[in-house]
Design a protein around this ligand. Structure first.
Ligand code: SF4
Length: 689
């Protein structure tokens, strides 16, 4: 029996664990003393591994390469040589005929690791010569990255998960940590036990609201109005830190001009939050010796998400809650390696280490290191994954190489996404399961899973952590970066790596932010937070030390914007607002957790729609009754969960189920900057069956 050090493959909390292996099989997971989890795990950490041992899964593992030679035909099992040859040939033909930008690629925010994401973006930029590479950050925390880069200079959490419990005030905004990051929720509870004030802003009575000092139950779709009201109170009641603002920020007068119309009393009808509560919340936040703002997809999955992120970070700037211990801003990233996927440049605007693709010196640096002509590199920002359906229908994107993502379940308005897929000439899916997207592929490339390979993940607080291979795969599968390298080589660019560390050392050399993060420094249980620019640098637990921001002028930029209504408002035909949420036992598209026996038992049937008792009674709907939920785009069947936890006029569904998939209903109104869809708000009707 042996114990292998790993990192949980589910959420961005980055919990360290030990996989106990006996006779080539994992038999259990044990909590380890990781930086973020301190010997604790949630259900997914303890029980989320048994799909690795099981050959009778709900969703089958991909066990060998397959090709569908004709549209509408059947998959044919093929050798690896044939799969690589055919993929390289088809991608080469499409590149030659339609140009590099006709091909879209994705990295993966899941268990494949940073090394693979680096290799995928190298393939896109260096071999296909396109910046069309993206990941699921686009549909979750893309607005956090875009917003924070503008106000503070860095798109990541400014603080550390381990330090959350030391803050004396937590403002938890649109973030259901108990369900999405249970171990981060433990930090919130510990903060409360140490005497911190907890303020929760959420339309639902989420678990964290039960321990909060204040729960501001705002109306859906009014985040910007409430954040502006917070700013209004800080200025009007002179609760802000005048010296800090004068010394370290810019933009106060424009900010004041915008928020002056947002007195809490004036916007009470809009936010639904009594003005007294808004004022009390800001008095508490501003008076705290140290305060932290945390947010989740209740902020980012709206058409005005980037503005709200900038507004929230402005509250921290106004009160001087940045640049020291126990304070900061924390967009808590969703999937376990979504921070890493962005770090590694599987985003269409930046190379690894957040180096801009439009900068010719940066392009030349990467081209020289990769041994290619800088002139062939794409000098424009590439396509985002949420733009692919539209561009496919316009004939501008012809091929899609998808690694470890499942857009046919996780993207908004699935009817539109399906139409986009039908318009594509060639789809390659590299994955571990026969997902909804894999079912539509022309080529299936089966990859090793977390547990079957090692590498480096980045957790939500910028911490790089190593994980090790625990078992040998049972099937004819290859590592993701090996598959990509073989295709690159077949396309005429020789690419070969012997192991993860070779790739890691190559990317370190190209990324000043990460240069000092060696394999040795991460060690077995290490957690090294970027920036880490030199070999003797210990890593950076909190950003903006000495209040020097990473913006071009070194200042924090205050920002407020007028509130904009969500795109699709309820009306007589569709009178309720649908908001998508998470459930604690499953993760993302559920392909991994849905194939773990212990986690399957948490729910005995797919999905639910949470509805307020008042709305349920008006519609003649009883608890646990089967209902239709319908929007302008689709109709699904699910079961009613009549609950006092949800507000009147709104209903809530999780997106983790294939049956009753809420993305049949959602709409793709995109934030104009981040291109993130407004999956937290669309109009629906619910009817009894
Ligand atoms: Fe930790 Fe998240 Fe894994 Fe739970 S799902 S054990 S909170 S990393």
């Amino acid at each position: 029996m042996k114990k292998i050090t790993s990192v949980c493959p589910y959420c961005g909390a980055g919990c360290k664990l030990k996989l106990v292996v006996d006779n080539g099989k994992i038999i259990r997971a044990e909590a380890a003393d990781g930086h973020t989890n301190q010997n604790e795990l949630c259900l997914k950490g303890y029980y989320g591994w048994d799909f690795l041992n099981d050959t009778k899964l709900l969703t089958p593992r991909l066990t060998q390469p397959m090709i569908r030679y004709e549209k509408g035909g059947k998959f044919t099992p093929v050798s690896w040589d044939e799969a690589i040859r055919y993929t390289a040939k088809r991608l080469g033909e499409i590149k030659a005929k339609f140009g590099p930008r006709a091909i879209m690629t994705t990295g993966s925010s899941r268990g494949t690791g940073n090394e693979t994401n680096y290799v995928m973006q190298k393939f896109a930029r260096g071999v296909l010569n396109t910046n069309n590479v993206d990941c699921c950050a686009r549909v979750c925390h893309g607005p956090s990255v875009a917003g924070l880069q503008e106000t503070l200079g860095n798109g990541a959490m400014s603080n550390s998960i381990g330090d959350i419990e030391n803050s004396s005030c937590l403002l938890v905004f649109g973030y259901n940590c108990a369900d999405s990051h249970p171990i981060v929720a433990r930090r919130v509870i510990k903060a409360k036990q140490k005497g911190a004030k907890i303020i929760v802003c959420d339309p639902r009575r989420i678990e964290t609201a039960r321990i909060a000092d204040q729960h501001l139950q705002l109306n859906n779709g009014c985040n910007m109005a409430l954040v502006n009201a917070f700013g209004h109170v800080l200025l009007e009641e002179e609760l802000y830190d005048k010296d800090y603002v004068a010394s370290f920020t810019t933009g106060l007068e424009a900010y004041r001009e915008t928020v002056k119309e947002y007195a809490p009393e004036a916007v009470e009808h809009l936010t639904g939050v009594p003005a007294k509560q808004v004022r009390q919340a800001m008095r508490t936040y501003a008076a705290a010796p140290s305060a932290t703002i945390m947010w989740g997809m209740g902020v980012t999955q709206f058409g005005q998400a980037v503005d709200v992120v900038k507004g929230l970070s402005s509250l921290a700037l106004l009160t001087g809650n940045l640049g020291r211990e126990h304070v900061g801003v924390g967009p808590v990233r969703g999937q376990n390696n979504v921070q890493g996927a962005c770090d590694m440049g599987v985003i269409p605007n930046q190379f690894p280490g957040y180096q801009d693709v439009v900068n010719p010196q940066v392009r030349a640096k990467f081209a020289n290191a990769w041994g290619i002509d800088p002139a062939v590199m794409d000098d424009k920002v590439g396509v985002r994954i949420t733009e692919v359906p539209h561009l496919a229908l316009e004939g501008k994107v012809k091929a899609y190489y998808i690694m470890g993502e499942d857009p046919l379940q996780t993207e908004a308005d699935l009817g539109l996404v399906r139409k986009g897929f039908e318009a594509l000439d060639f789809v390659v899916v590299q994955d571990i399961f026969m997902t909804k997207t894999a079912e539509q592929a022309d080529v299936l490339l089966p990859a090793t899973s977390w547990g079957e390979h090692g590498g480096v993940f980045t957790c939500a607080d910028r911490g790089f952590q190593r994980f090790e291979k625990a078992i040998e795969p049972m099937y004819n599968v290859k590592r993701d970066w090996e598959i990509i390298s073989l295709i690159a080589t077949e396309m005429g660019y020789p690419m070969h790596y012997d192991n993860n560390q070779q790739i890691w050392d190559e990317l370190r050399e190209l990324c000043p932010l990460f240069y000092g993060v060696t394999y040795e420094k991460m060690g077995d249980m290490g957690h090294v937070q970027w920036p880490c620019p030199t070999l003797d640098h210990p890593g950076t637990p909190y950003l903006y030390q000495n209040n020097k921001f990473d913006t071009p002028d070194g200042k924090g930029h205050l920002f407020a914007a007028q509130w904009r209504a969500p795109a699709e408002r309820p009306d007589d035909a569709f009178p309720l607002v649908l908001c998508t949420v998470r459930e604690v036992g499953h993760y993302s598209c559920r392909s991994m957790t849905g194939n773990c026996a212990a986690l399957q038992t948490l729910a005995d049937e797919p999905g639910f729609v949470q509805i307020n008792p008042q709305d349920a009674q008006a519609l003649g709907i009883k608890d646990r009754q089967l209902v239709w939920v319908e929007s302008r785009r689709g109709k699904v069947i699910t079961r009613a969960d009549v609950s006092e936890r949800v507000n009147h006029g709104s209903v809530y569904m999780t997106y983790q189920w294939w049956i009753g998939a809420c993305n049949e209903l959602t709409q793709d109104n995109l934030d104009p900057i981040s291109k993130t869809p407004e999956t937290k708000y669309c109009a629906v009707r619910v009817s009894a069956i």
